[in-house]
Design a protein around this ligand. Structure first.
Ligand SMILES: Cc1cc2nc3c(=O)[nH]c(=O)nc-3n(C[C@H](O)[C@H](O)[C@H](O)COP(=O)(O)OP(=O)(O)OC[C@H]3O[C@@H](n4cnc5c(N)ncnc54)[C@H](O)[C@@H]3O)c2cc1C
Length: 508
């Protein structure tokens, strides 16, 4: 293990160099210019999700006008964008803002220990060298900002499929897509009906012999133009920045309105969505069976298809949908509960993610491990009883970046307030009567969420213990709400006697 030196101490350490990590770094450089910070990234490349996922067709399923950073216009004509372009956008943002040098690649954070006596985190990382050799490297920091995403990078979720080992073809999970997978002219079955499956199906159907999307139950799907016509028109008459700002606001308003309208009048939204599917697939298609979910719109995310590509592939016979249950895998494909057999050369298990809080980092406060399942979320940003830690978790009903921008700006406001007051420790403290009242995300039922949400922090009954799924409520609370609200305790440096040492970083 390498012991930390003074140069390994930072005012802020960011975990993760994805969309949010670069967002946080940009905000710190801009709004907290005196702070020394670095980004610890477990992988060897920037981009997070948009570098990890390499399956055919990988793209955003929200518009880049709201998924792009508020401070850097998304100027490309396509607003539903390819994964590679999103990765480049993140990398270009980091390069142009002089942030690339701040990233320590190949440093996976495994542990973080807060010491109140020293008012600092000791952060243990595993550094992997090109040779594959690993060593433990320790840093210290006054503040941690977790931008580690929400799912486990090492592996995706795959349920047990009976007879899996008998299948003679190739089985792949979208999270570990083999670069050399050749599926041209082959029969492909994609298991799943979420955003990944509906992206893969039309994309693979361009060269496969046929692609079948095999789902247990349908998902709400809506087609949107790949190029936003209003954004295009605004760009034609206005300079890039104001055009971007206006289209970003319009799309944010539209998303929030759509979500609220769905929650208030689900029947209306159901009818609207189904009418649109019927218009794409024609009157003879069994929309009731294959495209009518059992749940209401926004109980799970509504999946977006650009320019109706999925529906076109189905109409043209290059792809089809089966709604059934898997009995078992066979040597040549999949046997269904209905007795039907689906022949396959390639099976793609688009069966989801494994959710993970804080990138799997084990956290302790003053020697006591934190059980996040028992903690309350503070404004969807911090955790009760855990000092100097903010974490980015985006919206389920709107673009991730809208929330990431607000959290990063809030972090800078908090750091400024701590400096003004001489505080070194900011801790959300529960008061008598504050108790868990709801899961971290409510009324949202996709499988990955149901499998893991019990281990996540809880929401309380009222502010500030709520994690809003509303951009406007968060804008009020995070951007304009007071930092000192009677719940977030700002504490000054403890007396010298209580400190281990001012000169030496805390021991690992
Ligand atoms: C296939 C897919 C499509 C999506 N599409 C959309 C969309 O269209 N719109 C939308 O709003 N959201 C979408 N999302 C959600 C998406 O994850 C966010 O949009 C966004 O990319 C999250 O950025 P992030 O930086 O917070 O997390 P990530 O992109 O997950 O990046 C996290 C980074 O942290 C690093 N990291 C994790 N743990 C550690 C650790 N312990 N130590 C060091 N480094 C660590 C990872 O290596 C990674 O680089 C999608 C997600 C997936 C999986």
């Amino acid at each position: 293990m390498m012991a930390p030196t003074a140069s390994d101490h930072f005012d802020v350490l960011i975990i993760g160099a994805g969309l949010s990590g670069i967002d946080a770094a940009w905000h710190l450089a801009r709004y907290a210019p005196g702070k020394r910070f670095a980004i610890l990234e477990g992988r060897d490349r920037i981009g997070g999700t948009w570098d990890l996922f390499r399956y055919p067709g990988i793209r955003s399923d929200s518009d880049m006008l709201t998924m792009g950073y508020s401070f850097r216009p998304w100027t490309q004509p396509k607003t539903i964008s390819d994964g590679g372009d999103i990765r480049r956008y993140i990398e270009d943002t980091a390069r142009e803002s002089g942030l690339l040098d701040r990233i320590r690649f190949g440093h996976r954070v495994v542990r973080a220990d807060w010491s109140s006596a020293d008012a600092r985190w000791t952060v243990e990382t595993v550094r992997r060298e090109a040779s594959g050799r690993e060593e433990t490297v320790v840093f210290t920091a006054g503040f941690l900002c977790s931008c580690a995403g929400y799912y486990r990078y090492a592996e995706g979720y795959t349920p047990e499929f009976r007879g899996r080992e008998r299948f003679a073809g190739t089985i792949v999970h979208p999270q570990q897509w083999p670069e050399d997978l050749d599926y041209a002219g082959k029969r492909v079955v994609v298991i799943g009906s979420g955003a990944t499956a509906i992206t893969l199906v039309p994309s693979m159907a361009k060269s496969a012999a046929h692609v079948t999307m095999l789902q247990r139950s349908p998902t709400w799907i809506v087609s949107r133009p790949e190029r936003d016509p209003i954004a295009g028109a605004l760009r034609a008459v206005l300079p890039a920045k104001p055009a971007f700002r206006i289209s970003r606001w319009l799309n944010t308003l539209f998303q929030q309105w759509g979500y609220r309208a769905s929650r208030r009048r689900p029947e209306r939204m159901r009818r609207f969505l189904l009418d649109r599917v019927r218009a794409h697939l024609g009157p003879d298609y069994d929309v009731a069976k294959h495209f009518t979910p059992r749940y209401d719109p926004w109980d799970q995310r509504i999946c977006l298809v650009p320019d109706a590509d999925l529906f076109d592939a189905i109409r043209e016979g290059r792809a089809s949908v089966e709604t059934d249950t898997i009995e078992c895998f066979t040597e040549t494909g999949i046997r269904l509960a209905s007795g039907r057999e689906l022949p396959a050369d390639v099976i793609v298990t688009a069966t989801g993610l494994v959710m993970e809080l804080l990138g799997g980092v084990r956290v302790a406060v003053d020697g006591r491990p934190v059980d996040f399942a028992k903690a309350l979320t503070y404004k969807g940003v911090m955790f009760s009883g855990v000092p100097n830690l903010v974490s980015v978790f985006g919206y389920i009903n709107a673009s991730w970046t809208l929330k990431a921008d607000l959290v990063c700006r809030y972090l800078c406001r908090l750091l400024a307030r701590m400096d003004e007051t001489g505080a070194v420790q900011a801790t959300p403290r529960v008061r008598a009567g504050d108790a868990a009242a709801a899961p971290f995300v409510e009324q949202f039922t996709p499988g990955y969420m149901q499998r893991s949400i019990d281990a996540w922090p809880k929401q309380g009954a009222g502010a500030p213990w709520r994690a809003h799924q509303s951009y406007f409520a968060d804008l009020r609370a995070l951007r304009f709400g007071p930092i000192e609200d009677g719940v977030l305790e700002l504490a000054k440096r403890p007396p010298a006697a209580a400190r281990k040492s001012d000169a030496e970083p805390a021991a690992a």
